[in-house]
Ligand binder design. Structure first.
Ligand SMILES: [Fe+2]
Ligand SMILES: [Fe+2]
Length: 269
């Protein structure tokens, strides 16, 4: 089981909420109303790990290895929610526990391979966003928090990649579904950013007071179209590995999909 090794690796990389975040050094005067509101939304979006976990455990019913890993992922994502909430509480913001169930969602069952791929791409993208939020943070402690969270999200992406490799090894015919979902996920814009929390109907972000907050933060901190290059590079690297060819652009990815479609469905053609 991949879980055994991932458990140890994630344990070694783990940071301590009570020791590694200098909550006493926070300077509330540096954090504008806009940042408070945006941080509040990021914090509530992290809570979506709760609904996603419910979905994973249901849709990966027979995959004990992956469900075991999800226990660690769930713990770490809820820790992100808690870290941001504790930061905001230090600024004097409050969260009503009774209000939180209103955000609760249940996702429709989905095909496991697509879900896995969507989350792999989503973690890569979130790491990219959090790095930008860290670089633009108005206050040093929240800058540090986003840097730490970005590293966690990247590690999560690496774990999802391991499960995708395992799936590809056990069922090579699933690779085409991974490629298709990756291409769809890579076709993302600041106006309609693709992440597991924005894609379902209804979506997690759609439940929030200000559903446009991600688009707005991206237009401020990651303007333009080319900023996604690092995300594309990392996704294409894994897809290239799975297909055994070098994929350097989304066009290459599309070509690989067409080629695989040609070899897998001659009857349909
Ligand atoms: Fe997270
Ligand atoms: Fe994550």
């Amino acid at each position: 089981m991949l879980y055994d090794d991932l458990f140890i690796r994630l344990e070694r990389a783990r940071w301590q909420l009570s020791e590694d975040i200098p909550f006493d050094a926070i300077d509330p005067s540096l954090v504008s109303e806009q940042w408070r509101s945006d941080l509040r939304h990021v914090c509530l979006t992290e809570l979506s790990a709760l609904y996603a976990t419910e979905m994973f455990i249901r849709d990966f019913y027979a995959d004990i290895d992956f469900c075991s890993f999800i226990s660690v992922w769930f713990y770490e994502e809820m820790k992100h929610h808690l870290t941001l909430r504790m930061y905001l509480e230090r600024l004097g913001e409050t969260f009503e526990e009774q209000e939180l169930p209103k955000l609760r969602l249940t996702f429709a069952p989905g095909p496991a391979i697509e879900t896995l791929t969507m989350h792999f791409c989503g973690e890569q993208r979130l790491a990219h966003w959090y790095t930008a939020f860290s670089d633009n943070a108005p206050e040093p402690v929240i800058g540090k928090i986003f840097k730490i969270l970005a590293a966690d999200e990247l590690r999560h992406a690496a774990c999802y990649a391991k499960y995708m490799r395992k799936a590809a090894q056990n069922k090579p015919e699933t690779v085409i579904d991974m490629l298709k979902m990756s291409l769809w996920m890579l076709r993302s814009t600041n106006e309609a950013p693709k992440h597991p929390t924005t894609l379902t109907t209804p979506s997690v972000v759609g439940q929030l007071e200000d559903a446009e907050y991600i688009s707005r933060m991206l237009s401020w901190y990651l303007p333009g179209r080319d900023h996604e290059k690092p995300v594309q590079r990392r996704v294409l690297a894994l897809m290239g590995e799975l297909t055994g060819e070098k994929l350097e652009s989304m066009r290459d990815l599309l070509r690989a999909i067409r080629r695989l479609e040609g070899t897998q469905t001659p009857a349909a053609a």
